[in-house]
Design a protein around this ligand. Structure first.
Ligand SMILES: Nc1ncnc2c1ncn2[C@@H]1O[C@H](COP(=O)(O)OP(=O)(O)OP(=O)(O)O)[C@@H](O)[C@H]1O
Length: 285
């Protein structure tokens, strides 16, 4: 299916209607079920955090929404319309921008060139690059997000990891993203840099974007999230609103939650058996 509607056409959608909705989505690779029965809603001006350990199915979920893989069961709708993306371009044209951990930036190119990478502005009959306008817009857009990069001529590779994430987020918003998928944006960053990125994630939300924040860090998720979905072995283990969970509960859930509790019971039982066995041994002697 290749309907490519601009999100500008969807301005009348109610803020409470999910922009992207996954219902019981599943994806199998042959006999391997990467995810099963996953439901998720992304709403305007909300941050939905998707948490999960390695192999939980986070990447698979991103790939489906970003148009890299089709799903094999369930239903995905964008603005109420069922969609099966067959390319990343289709997802992007539907207003969904994905910022990957390894960022699609060209490290040796200047910050402003990276900002317009693939969307360059031209002028005149010979379509020369309109560098002056691109620099001005990049400066304005970054300033709007509160991102201060004094020299936009410097190669983007010279920026800190956090600044690079911020440039990628600002770029996605400028080019009309209504949904922003952030793939572990703080995974490779220290505390300060993570803080900078989380601030811009909140700014994106406040600009009315629906954010999907993929992370394995419950502390980062809880700082910014409105909604939390924990994936385990490809299934939803927890789906809850911020008002219904504390950071401690979220952290416990991520650390293994009920499995840890079951394990501690088992260990206690083993302990008790050892005590009984020892007592019996002592009685015999
Ligand atoms: N192309 C594939 N072919 C076969 N199995 C796959 C494929 N991609 C993912 N899987 C399996 O699906 C499950 C979910 O993987 P996925 O990469 O989505 O998890 P993840 O939460 O993103 O993990 P990580 O944080 O380690 O990247 C895993 O068991 C994985 O081995």
């Amino acid at each position: 299916m290749t309907t490519t509607k601009s999100f500008a056409d969807e301005a009348s959608a109610s803020p409470n209607t999910p922009i992207v909705m996954l219902e019981e989505i599943g994806k199998s690779y042959g006999s391997i079920h990467a995810i099963r029965g996953v439901s998720l809603s992304v709403r305007q001006g909300e941050i939905t955090c998707v948490l999960g350990d390695n192999g939980a199915g986070k990447s698979t979920l991103i790939k489906i929404i970003a148009g890299l893989h089709d799903y094999t069961s369930g239903r995905m709708s964008v603005n109420g319309e069922e969609r099966h993306f067959s390319s990343p371009r289709e997802s992007l044209d539907s207003g969904i921008a994905t910022v990957y951990q390894d960022l699609a930036l060209a490290p040796l190119m200047s910050v402003w060139r990276n900002f317009f990478l693939g969307n360059e502005l031209t002028k005149g009959p010979f379509r020369q690059l309109d560098s002056a306008t691109m620099k001005r817009i990049a400066q304005e857009e970054l300033a709007k997000m509160g991102i201060s990069i004094p020299n936009l001529e410097q190669p983007v590779g010279k920026l800190s990891g956090g600044q690079r994430q911020c440039v990628a987020i600002a770029r996605a918003i400028h080019f009309g993203a209504k949904v922003l998928i952030l793939d572990e944006p703080t995974a490779a960053l220290g505390v300060n840099q993570s803080g900078v990125v989380l601030k811009y994630v909140v700014k994106a939300r406040d600009a009315g974007i629906g954010v999907i924040f993929i992370t394995h860090n419950p502390h980062h998720a809880y700082l910014v999230g409105n909604h939390f979905v924990v994936l385990k072995l490809g299934r939803v283990a927890l789906d809850t609103h911020r008002s219904e969970i504390t950071l401690e509960q979220l952290t416990t859930e991520m650390a293994g939650g009920s499995e840890l509790e079951a394990l501690s019971h088992e260990l206690r039982d083993i302990d008790a058996e050892v005590v009984v066995d020892t007592a019996v041994e002592e009685d015999r002697t």
